[in-house]
Design a protein around this ligand. Sequence first.
Ligand code: FES
Length: 392
Amino acid sequence: MAEKKKLSVAEILAAARKADSGGNEGGGAPSEKAAPPAEESSPAAAPAQSASAPSEPPAPATAAKSPPPKSIEKPAAKPAAAPGDRPSVKDMLAMARAGKSAAPTVKPAAEAAAEESAAEKAKPAPKPAPKSAPGVQAAKAAKSESPAEAAAPRSTASILEAVRAGKRLGPISKSELAPAPAAVEAEVVKPAKMKPAAGPMPAKPDYAKKTSPAVKDEAIESRRTAVGFLGFAVGSFLAAGFSAMTATFGLWTLGFARFMFPNILTEPPNRFKVGFPADIPPGTVNEKFKTQSGVWLVNAEYNGKPQIIALSAICTHLGCTPNWLEAEQKFKCPCHGSGFYKEGINFEGPAPRPLERFAIRLADDGQLEVDKSRTFQEEKGEWSNPDCFVPV
Ligand code: FES
């Protein structure tokens, strides 16, 4: 036993064939003689050979170096085996893969079969294959193998088991990998379409209900009338407002323009024409221009000379306007009673001095022209100035 060493598979097979030939010679089973050597080397033939081998005595692996099989001792632990039994090719292969020497570690076929059956029982029961296409089955089998399993070294027994299980080893084509459309559709469980639960529809309001065309036209016409009236009212209100605003802005504009001009007096001009001298007879007083211009036109004598003069209608006391009294032939002031003669000399009342004269002259057209911008006072001796009378 000192020469124990690990034998290769080829050596073990050669030893087994040799032992088989020896066994046959020594009265082995007739079935072993009929089995060709080529079948023993193939994995498919191994189970068949192992099935026919239980009657053979187990042969030690060291048969190659040991004497002929007749001298091989039978294992005492296997009383069920026959004395002439020897290990089958499968057993020897299993022992060689386990790395043990053939002689001491070879198990009998019955023990190996018991271990194999125990291992098969320990495996989970295969699920019933779904009804699908063969391509789908092959694809599923290929997919069920994990990468770690694919990379791991495979034994002959495992390869045989995979073949029996219908697994496909090695690369597969795309057509095999892709499942059949019908099978995929059958496998895909489509979720049932859920329809949303809708409650009953609410009742239609009155304005949404259908009405007759006549009623609808009447409603439309009345609505148009109301809209037109509202538009007219709003338009009138807006027009009135805009008109008032425009008038206000116009007045403001005029007031501003008037403000830009200076204030002036609207009195009558100081120089004006009072008519022809023939219109004023001698000894008369003309009051035609008293109210408008505050001037009396008098045709009277002053210092023995008949002349036409223009007397001021302002009292020399406090500025009141005296009245001409034709019956009394005098000017009488209604304020304080001052009295003046026809030529303007004061003679009664509080007036301190005679009435004043305006400048008068004959114009180019023969009319008398009065100039109120120039006055002449008797107490100052100005009445002798020819500019304050027109001789007649
Ligand atoms: Fe004419 Fe006084 S105002 S008398």
